[in-house]
Design a protein around this ligand. Structure first.
Ligand SMILES: *Cc1c(COP(=O)(O)O)cnc(C)c1O
Length: 362
C-alpha cells in the first residue's frame, strides 16, 4: 500500500534528535514558555524573513488571535476565499465578523484576485488570503487593493510553510500570517501547534499578550485574553524538523514535477503552478469528473488518496445560512478534486508506480 502520508516514517528520520531534545525538557522540568519556544520562534521568524514569530496552540487560534489583535468584530467584513479549509472562515465568524466569500481561480485553486474589488464595502476591514494546497497566492493585486481601500492583509499559511512569492516567503507577505503545525502539514509537530508571524511590533506584542491570558507581565492583565501557547515539547520537535524543511519541500517539488511531466491521462486534470518556488506541494490535487470511480481504482491498486475537501464551507451545516448560495467554481472544484500521495519520504519506485497506475486508468 502506498500511504497518502507516512507520518511515522517522516518523523522517525529525526528520532534520535527528537528523543534527546525531549529528554532535555524532562531533565529541566520546564514545559511552557521556555527556551525551546524562544529558540524555535526566533529560528522560524528568520526562516520566514520576519521580525516576530509567536508560538500558539494551533493554526485556528493563530488566525483567531490575529483578528482579535487587530480589534475586528461585529459589523466588520473580512474577505476570504470560498474554496478553503473551514478554519479560515471559522476564525472570522468566531470574532463576530462577517466572512465575505470570493471564488477561486480554477487553475491555481487559490482566490481569484480579480473578483475581490467588487466585494469591498464600507465595512470591509481585511482580506484574508489562503495559500491553499501549498501554493503562494499571487499577491500583487491584493497589495494594491489593500493600499487603495486601507485594508489589512492576513495570510493563512497553514499549508504553505516555505513557499515563495517573488523574493519573499509566505508569512512575510502581509500584515500578519497564521501557520499551523498540525502533524500532517509540511512542518508538523507531534500534536497541535501554530504560530503567528508579523513585522508589526505592536501587533506582535498584542498577540503575545492576548494568547497568554491577556497578560503582558505576570499577574498583570491588560486584555480579556485566552490561553493559547506552543508547548516546549512541540517547539523542540519543530526546531529539529525546521532544519530539513527546505530539503523536504524540494523533494515534494521533484515528485510534483515528475507527476506533472509523466501523468498522461485525458481523464485527469493536473494542477498548475505559475512558478516552481511558489509551491511547496502540501498536497497534489488532481481533478476528474469520475472521482468516485477513480478513487476506488486507486484503492484497488493499493494507492491511498484523500479529498481536500469533499464539501465546501458554504454547503456545511455550520453555515446553514449560506447553503442556498451558489459558488459554482468552488463547487466544481469540491466535486472533482482528489489528492494523490506526495511526501518527502516517498521512494522513486512508489512515485513511478503512482504514475503507471494513473496512466493505466481507462
Ligand atoms: C490546517 C489548517 C488550518 C488550521 O490549523 P489547525 O492547527 O488544525 O488549527 C487553518 N487553515 C488551513 C488552510 C489549514 O489547512
Amino acid at each position: 500500500m502506498i500511504k497518502f502520508l507516512d507520518l511515522e516514517k517522516i518523523n522517525n528520520r529525526f528520532r534520535s534528535e527528537i528523543d534527546s531534545r525531549i529528554g532535555k525538557i524532562l531533565d529541566k522540568g520546564w514545559y511552557l514558555q521556555g527556551d525551546e519556544n524562544e529558540t524555535f520562534s526566533s529560528n522560524f521568524a528568520n526562516y520566514c524573513g520576519v521580525k516576530h514569530c509567536i508560538g500558539v496552540a494551533n493554526g485556528l487560534d493563530a488566525l483567531n488571535l490575529i483578528i482579535k489583535a487587530f480589534g475586528f468584530g461585529a459589523g466588520d467584513e473580512i474577505i476570504v476565499p470560498a474554496n478553503t479549509y473551514i478554519a479560515s472562515i471559522l476564525a472570522i465568524s468566531q470574532n463576530g465578523c462577517t466572512p465575505i466569500l470570493v471564488e477561486p481561480d480554477i487553475g491555481t485553486y487559490n482566490i481569484n484576485p480579480n473578483l475581490i474589488e467588487e466585494k469591498i464595502t464600507d465595512k470591509t476591514k481585511a482580506i484574508m488570503v489562503v495559500h491553499l494546497y501549498g501554493q503562494a497566492v499571487q499577491m500583487e493585486k491584493i497589495w494594491q487593493l489593500a493600499k487603495k481601500y486601507n485594508l489589512k492583509v492576513i495570510e493563512d499559511s497553514a499549508q504553505a510553510h516555505g513557499a515563495f512569492y517573488q523574493q519573499k516567503r509566505v508569512g512575510n507577505l502581509s500584515d500578519a500570517s497564521a501557520f499551523s503545525f498540525y502533524p500532517g502539514k509540511n512542518l508538523g509537530c507531534m500534536g497541535d501547534g501554530g504560530c503567528i508571524t508579523t513585522n508589526d511590533d505592536e501587533l506582535a506584542a498584542k498577540v503575545k499578550a492576548i494568547a497568554n491570558y491577556g497578560s503582558d507581565r505576570k499577574y498583570h492583565h491588560i486584555y480579556k485574553g485566552v490561553n493559547s501557547r506552543l508547548d516546549e515539547i512541540q517547539a523542540a520537535v519543530l526546531d529539529v524538523k525546521l532544519k530539513f524543511l527546505d530539503e523536504d519541500n524540494q523533494r515534494r517539488r521533484e515528485i510534483s514535477k515528475y507527476y506533472r511531466e509523466n501523468i498522461k491521462n485525458p481523464k485527469i486534470i493536473l494542477p498548475k503552478t505559475y512558478d516552481e518556488k511558489s509551491h511547496v506541494w502540501h498536497v497534489f490535487v488532481v481533478r476528474t469528473t469520475e472521482r468516485d470511480r477513480f478513487q476506488k481504482y486507486l484503492q484497488d491498486n493499493d494507492i491511498q488518496t484523500i479529498i481536500h475537501y469533499p464539501t465546501p464551507p458554504h454547503k456545511q451545516g455550520a453555515y446553514s445560512e449560506w447553503n442556498n448560495l451558489s459558488y459554482p467554481i468552488t463547487e466544481e472544484i469540491h466535486n472533482t478534486i482528489i489528492s494523490i500521495p506526495i511526501s518527502p519520504v516517498m521512494t522513486d519506485s512508489e512515485v513511478k508506480k503512482v504514475v503507471e497506475v494513473i496512466n493505466g486508468y481507462i
